[in-house]
Design a binder for this molecule. Structure first.
Ligand SMILES: [Zn+2]
Length: 389
């Protein structure tokens, strides 16, 4: 038995005006200090107030949100009793908001105990509106949430099906001033979702088309959005692409690049999109050497107009296209270029291998690496010098 879930999606210019239609008494906005400083939180607050809702803003979400922050926000929700939770921001704010929502509805649950098996019984108290202010994580269209256990330097991939937002508003005005580096990092995250959603073991008929379209949109529009942030069309296309990729991989799964990127981020705090996309060409190459017939890179390569006749050739073309895009966006293509020293990598290697191996995205790879292979993949990604797998 499989599911396909999606929020109601409102997209395009002026789509924030949709909040005028929300019926409710109190809205609790979850965001971070940067988004608040940019005036986005005040804008959403004003729109909600104009719709007759009382509003409280929590702007304390940090990058890689911790369990402590989630507990704090949920505690404030318990006092304020909102009937709408509004996640406003990048993936960190949206994920933290979802987790706070779960705890608000179910104070008896431990955050680490949020799981897709149990029925959580959400929406007894509130519904969830997601407004992304980056174009990449797709969190507005998934029921997943990544939190960080700070003490153990470990990312927690959590989720429950009910935590799919009720509504996602994709208003490009929130991303027009996105800094260049964030545009690149988050856009590459969207590409990684699209490619991994299409090529992971859990790909399915419903997610495939979304992943293909999202990958095409990113290759076409991310360089433009990066080079000229004022390019409205590129911004709109990237904003849509991120959510489409979110729907695609969220209804399938991500894969090995995410497993490794999560492990890297937990230890070295490399931004999520930069980390996962850095590994993408390496993991494509690794998977292409797995069991013949297990991958489907040629389908994707054909859709992207990358000429190829065999599966290994398609994998090589796709990996090269990703590397070329990284180059166009001035993205680091190796761990060394990320500023990680070899001795630091070696010192942390056991933890990296353990966390990448235990990550729930790693197991849906078409080729699941053993610990030694994960170690070699980290070494390969360190300086890009070819390693025999
Ligand atoms: Zn991601």
């Amino acid at each position: 038995m499989w599911f396909f879930s999606s929020p109601a999606i409102v997209f395009g210019e002026e789509s924030l005006s949709y909040v005028e239609r929300l019926a409710g008494k109190r809205a609790f906005i979850v965001t971070d200090a940067v988004v608040a400083k940019l005036g986005h939180a005040a804008r959403v607050q004003a729109a909600l107030q104009a719709a007759g809702l009382e509003v409280q803003v929590f702007d304390g979400v940090e990058p890689d949100p911790s369990i402590e922050t989630v507990r704090q926000g949920a505690g404030l929700m318990m006092q304020f009793q909102p009937d709408w939770i509004v996640g406003l921001g990048g993936g960190s704010s949206l994920d933290a908001a979802k987790a706070m929502w779960v705890l608000y509805e179910r104070p008896d649950i431990d955050p680490e105990g949020i799981n897709p098996i149990e029925t959580m019984g959400l929406r007894c108290k509130a519904r969830f509106l997601a407004i992304p202010t980056t174009s990449g994580t797709g969190s507005e269209a998934t029921w997943a949430m990544v939190l960080t256990n700070v003490g153990e330097r470990r990312k927690l991939g959590l989720g429950c099906r009910e935590a799919m937002p009720d509504v996602a508003i994709l208003d490009p005005s929130f991303v027009m001033t996105l800094p260049q580096r964030v545009t690149a990092d988050t856009g590459m995250d969207a590409l990684t979702h699209a490619i991994e959603g299409y090529t992971c073991q859990w790909h399915n008929d419903f997610s495939d088309g979304l992943c293909l379209k999202a990958a095409q949109l990113v290759f076409e529009h991310l360089p433009r959005a990066y080079q000229n942030g004022d390019d409205l069309e590129a911004r709109i296309k990237m904003h849509n692409a991120a959510t489409i990729a979110g729907l695609g991989f969220g209804n399938a799964m991500a894969s090995l690049a995410h497993g490794m990127g999560h492990a890297l981020g937990g230890v070295f705090h490399v931004p999520h999109g930069r980390g996962v996309s850095l590994f993408l060409p390496y993991t494509i190459e690794f998977c292409a050497l797995g069991e013949p017939g297990s991958t489907r890179y040629s389908d994707m390569a054909h859709f992207l107009n990358l000429p190829c006749s065999t599966e290994p050739e398609a994998a090589a073309k796709l990996a090269a296209a990703v590397r070329q895009l990284q180059l166009a966006l001035d993205q680091p293509r190796t761990l060394a270029a990320c500023g990680i020293a070899r001795q630091d990598l070696e010192r942390e290697m056991d933890l990296l291998v353990l966390n990448a191996s235990n990550d729930n995205q790693t197991v849906t790879s078409t080729r699941i690496p053993n610990d030694e292979e994960i170690r070699r993949l980290f070494e390969y990604a360190f300086d890009g010098k070819s390693i025999d797998f």
